[in-house]
Design a binder for this molecule. Structure first.
Ligand SMILES: Nc1ncnc2c1ncn2[C@@H]1O[C@H](COP(=O)(O)OP(=O)(O)OP(=O)(O)O)[C@@H](O)[C@H]1O
Length: 348
């Protein structure tokens, strides 16, 4: 049976579920370079390692992923991560791989050859994978359920993590009907801990998520949403002579700070990008109307500071999750205050 990944410093004799906070911290340091856990991370990790279900409410960018990534490193078997966005999965998987952590995702964007390789690994009885990211749509299929059952029967399903768990709730702002179907997992694998993660704080949603997933006596963790490094300034469009000029002046006065501007419509992204280019500001549009190759180039150029400004629809906020100083400008009415705040918190 595949063991947990080896730890530097000779901790190999430890069994999952029995690690001390210090030992878990050393795993954090070894793989991610951070010296301590943030907020409620450690409690969430300890809860699932002890076999408990857990509902974890943490602000966007608060470090929810660590709550299942650390267990994946210390537990035997595979951690299944259910995530609603392929771009998010791709981003996480490539970041984990760059740290030497075996992770993969299954989605329609994968080549058949890649998918086959992942399935072969899962069927091998000794998978090298530690984390497998999938969509809720895939989890609902009978073929994938059978695969999970096989994995579980061999003692190789370590944890089910449900990212963006508010999508389960009809009261959640990103409600996805297919998410409802994953509620069968609790019945299917009664002995496997389920970790539900969300940044949506509405009590009605929390209750709905916990009951829809039939979480058993879950550990409920709520982290503080206070982010002192965030500063909001509101400028009324109607009081400005020219919104585009106001934005370009703001960008020029901020120096070379990497920035994102959110617009509701694709055409506005293209228009504003053109205006900024005319003002000598390096910028690029990012929206669903561009093919994935262009979008990847835009993201890469922005992350490596070859482009200063991305003018995007809200989809961009789900992809980029690491930037030190960011100017965020939302023009036009955001679809909801909650979405706007979530995206901003993730990026700040
Ligand atoms: N203990 C820690 N110390 C320092 N940085 C951390 C810690 N845990 C996580 N991070 C970093 O915080 C950033 C945000 O983490 P993560 O993407 O997991 O947040 P999240 O809560 O999942 O956000 P979202 O709601 O956007 O999905 C990442 O760059 C991650 O590496």
């Amino acid at each position: 049976m595949k063991k947990a990944l080896p730890l530097k410093g000779g901790s190999a004799g430890l069994r999952h579920g029995t690690k001390s906070p210090k030992e878990l911290e050393s795993v954090l340091k070894q793989y991610f370079g951070y010296s301590e856990f943030r907020g409620r991370q450690l409690e969430a990790i300890e809860a699932v390692l002890s076999g408990r279900d857990c509902f974890c409410l943490m602000p966007t960018g608060g470090g929810k992923s660590m709550c299942y990534q650390i267990p994946a490193l210390v537990k035997t078997g595979v951690v299944l991560v259910i995530s609603p966005l392929i771009a998010l999965m791709e981003n996480q998987v490539s970041s984990l791989k760059s740290k030497g952590i075996p992770a993969e995702f299954l989605s329609s964007t994968q080549t058949t050859a890649n998918k086959n390789k992942i399935h072969e690994d899962l069927d091998s009885g000794n998978p090298s994978l530690k984390l497998l990211y999938v969509t809720p749509e895939l989890v609902a299929t009978s073929g994938f359920k059978a695969k999970l059952t096989k994995l579980h029967n061999r003692g190789l399903l370590g944890l089910v993590a449900i990212d963006e768990a508010h999508c389960i709730s009809t009261w959640g702002h990103d409600f996805r009907p297919s998410y409802r179907k994953i509620s069968s997992l609790r019945k299917q694998f009664p002995d496997i801990p389920i970790l539900a993660l969300t940044a949506t704080a509405v009590p009605k949603v929390q209750k709905d998520v916990i009951s829809s997933l039939s979480l058993q006596n879950p550990v409920i963790l709520k982290a503080s949403f206070n982010r002192p490094n965030i500063f909001y300034e509101v400028r009324y469009k109607d009081l400005l002579d020219d919104v585009y000029s106001d934005i370009s002046n703001l960008l020029k006065s901020s120096g070379n700070v990497c920035s994102i501007i959110y617009c509701l419509e694709r055409a506005a992204c293209d228009d504003l990008t053109m205006h900024l280019a005319q003002q000598g500001i390096s910028s690029a549009a990012y929206h669903a109307g561009l093919n994935s190759k262009v979008r990847t180039t835009v993201l890469d150029d922005w992350l490596s500071s070859r482009t200063q400004v991305v003018v995007a629809t809200v989809a961009f906020g789900y992809i980029a999750s690491f930037c030190i100083f960011v100017n965020i400008v939302s023009i036009l009415q955001p679809d909801s205050m909650s979405t706007s705040c979530r995206v901003q918190l993730r990026l700040t």
